[in-house]
Ligand binder design. Structure first.
Ligand SMILES: Nc1ncnc2c1ncn2[C@@H]1O[C@H](COP(=O)(O)OP(=O)(O)OP(=O)(O)O)[C@@H](O)[C@H]1O
Ligand SMILES: [Mg+2]
Length: 232
């Protein structure tokens, strides 16, 4: 179902008054569909930079990102926004839910942007909430939900437009280990549906929950590991 997300010799150099920072140097990798790939590495190693380039939120200094036949990195700003809406989903450490909308409305929101009619939005949003055990929370505002519940609402929202790729930057950063595991289980479930899931994390407890681990240091891919314990 999903098309391959591919990075080819990606490079990102930031220029600031202090000089140049090579945040990412010649990164090449093909992310497998139907799997969760974790990107790990110390603070400043380039994880968020890489995620932003892959997701078309930022443009590389050199190299390319491809999704199937599309070269993400050469699309116009407008085309990238369209791609993010329809083919990518995002989960953030701080949830980024709309505070004045309930769980159902939050999940339905990206479908509204994509032009899906209201009855269908509601039906799909309820189905997604149910999938993550949140059927009784549909009418709750975010502040009435626990952190783990909020993050599951975010995963449901990220899946609303049936993305090929799901990006998550430190999704368990604000959660205790039990809620974190439930959120990672939700991400793994998205992968079993054939999606490409890319997870940036510091959390070593998650290593055994993912299919691949890429280790970055100083903007370089140090190694790729395939944890032995994953059962799929
Ligand atoms: N907009 C920017 N301008 C200048 N330098 C930047 C910018 N964004 C990131 N950097 C630098 O690029 C390098 C990589 O940063 P990045 O945010 O990708 O790291 P990270 O691995 O996500 O770190 P963390 O784990 O702390 O989130 C760092 O040295 C950072 O200071
Ligand atoms: Mg970061």
């Amino acid at each position: 179902m999903s098309e391959r997300l591919e990075a080819r010799q990606l490079r990102k150099v930031y220029r600031d008054p202090g000089g140049e920072v090579v945040a990412l140097a010649d990164f090449s990798y093909t992310f497998p569909a139907g799997a969760v790939t974790a990107i790990m590495g110390p603070s400043g190693s380039g994880k968020t930079t890489l995620l932003n380039l892959l997701a078309g939120l930022d443009t590389p200094s050199a190299g390319a990102v491809r999704l199937g036949d599309a070269t993400v990195s050469t699309l116009s700003e407008r085309e990238r926004a369209e791609l993010r809406l329809r083919r990518f989903g995002f989960v953030f450490q701080s949830y980024n839910l709309i505070a004045v909308q309930n769980a159902l409305q939050n999940v339905a929101f990206p479908m509204g942007l994509a032009g899906v009619g209201s009855a269908q939005r509601k039906q799909k949003a309820l189905e997604l909430l149910g999938r993550f055990g949140l059927e009784t929370r549909a009418s709750h505002l975010p502040h009435k939900l626990s952190g783990g519940e909020r993050q599951r609402v975010s995963v449901a929202r990220a899946l609303a437009n049936d993305p090929d790729v799901l990006f998550a930057d430190e999704p368990t950063g604000n959660l205790d280990s039990k809620s974190g595991r439930v959120v990672v289980a939700a991400l793994r479930q998205a992968a079993t549906e054939g999606r490409t899931v890319i997870l940036v994390t510091h959390d070593l407890r998650l290593v055994d929950e993912v299919d691949r681990v890429l280790e970055l240091a100083d903007g370089l891919l140090q190694r790729e590991r395939v944890p032995a314990t994953v059962s799929s």
